[in-house]
Design a protein around this ligand. Sequence first.
Ligand code: AMP
Length: 135
Amino acid sequence: MTDCIFCKIIKSEIPSSKVYEDEHTLAFLDINPVTKGHTLVIPKQHCTDIFDMKEEDAKAVMATAKKVASAVFHGLNASGVNLLNSNKKAAGQEVFHYHMHIIPRYENDGVRMFPHEKYKETDFKMTAERIKSNL
Ligand code: AMP
């Protein structure tokens, strides 16, 4: 994709801090990190999000994410790591080339993730059924 910023990073047309690369994936530092060492893992084959991503690319991204998460955790003496992927604008996606965030975490680092809501019993069952009927 010619106008995709992450495709430009893959082709080294714009600068980035690459930490890992193989045939199918690339990992580089996020320029606006949640914590230092926040890294993005992307497939080299452009796809917008999880919905149009090929299964082989999903596997390759997860294999790289596992490798990089371990390096981030040990290399930066982190106390934990979050893996996070946003799909579509409503979910907070801003760059429309699939990416997995790897975020090093520390005790009392002040980072807040998602708030939670509660189910009513009927909603609980119906929600599971709606998901299952689409698998
Ligand atoms: P998302 O909101 O999940 O789409 O995340 C997009 C991420 O890409 C944000 O965390 C940005 O800081 C990051 N980002 C945008 N442009 C660049 C860039 N040129 N190099 C590295 N990270 C970037």
